[in-house]
Design a protein around this ligand. Sequence first.
Ligand SMILES: Cc1cc2nc3c(=O)[nH]c(=O)nc-3n(C[C@H](O)[C@H](O)[C@H](O)COP(=O)(O)O)c2cc1C
Length: 361
Amino acid sequence: MSNSSSTHSYATALSTPLCDLLGCKYPIIQTAMGYVAHPELVAATCNAGGFGFLAAVTIPPAEVEAAILATAALTKERFGVNFHMFTPGADIVAEAIIKHKDKVAAVSYGRGPNPELIAKFKEHGIALVPTVGKTQHAIKAVKMGADAIVVQGGEGGGHTGSAPTSIIVPQTVDAVDVPVIAAGGFKDGRGLVAALAYGAVGIAMGTRFLMTTDCPVAEISKARYVEVNDTDDIAVSYALDGMPLRLIHNELLDKLEGRGKLSALVFAMINGWQCRKITGMSILDLMKSALVFRKDGLSATQTIMSANAPVLYTKTWVDGKPDDGALPSGQIAAAIDKLQSCEEVILDIMAEADERLAALR
Ligand SMILES: Cc1cc2nc3c(=O)[nH]c(=O)nc-3n(C[C@H](O)[C@H](O)[C@H](O)COP(=O)(O)O)c2cc1C
């Protein structure tokens, strides 16, 4: 991995307000992915001229500062941190971010934004870039202080909504007065130019960055993503954590989807117990977080099922057991047939976007 930014230059249309806000060379964000967007991936993205978010949600709060420093040891560029503002320990994470604001330029988050923490980040000049899956949520996030919004269409990986990127991006651009970044289904320069044409200031990608040689997870699991070539094999399921989650279908999902409610609950409770070891959360912490999900209208079963996720992601990313673990993915995985380095991904996108812009003139 190179640790200096590339020196290519592209059409001025491709240097957008996103580059000014985050201090990156290209309008390309690597989004947070639990267990995946760790220091190596974030640094590789930033060194290639993009902007990476470190996924702190799956790092115990007391270890987030070390993860920030580990990232900073691999890149001179500033990067972002993604975390839940509602979970116990959020104040510890916020403190680490603010302490290292020379390294951390932005925070991203989803559910449960905390007005006090938002005010603190503003005071310290850290940009607030939440991700939403609905235009109404974007409007609310801007009212609460967001400086830019990542809006994710339903084709995106992980938890996702139902509105396609082609509808939700222009709708959100029209509804808010801050820069909008398009997410869900991007991998190339054609997508970047399309997003700019919709009025967005850049693209944010998860799956494409997961499918890189820089991504520090089990190779055997990444190979499963390369094998998939039909978008129908990457569908939304509620079976894992009770919320709409886009995943590659595998043996585990077939089993989970075939279970009755009681069996799913027992499975979730066993995983909830194991989850304590992975996340460092106590049972009380887990219950407090679950209450926030409940406020968002989720059922008790769904909140207990959310404990499945960490255990099943660890099987995929750490243990290298893609049949036994969860494989969250955007549909775009079906259109990606090889792993590349972050630098290759980003420079290919920029070169192709430049060509498309020239061809449109
Ligand atoms: C493997 C994987 C893990 C993810 N984990 C998270 C997460 O922990 N937190 C989060 O906010 N989004 C998560 N996401 C969603 C991404 O941050 C991003 O919004 C999404 O991948 C964009 O769509 P794309 O996959 O089509 O690029 C995840 C996505 C993937 C593919």
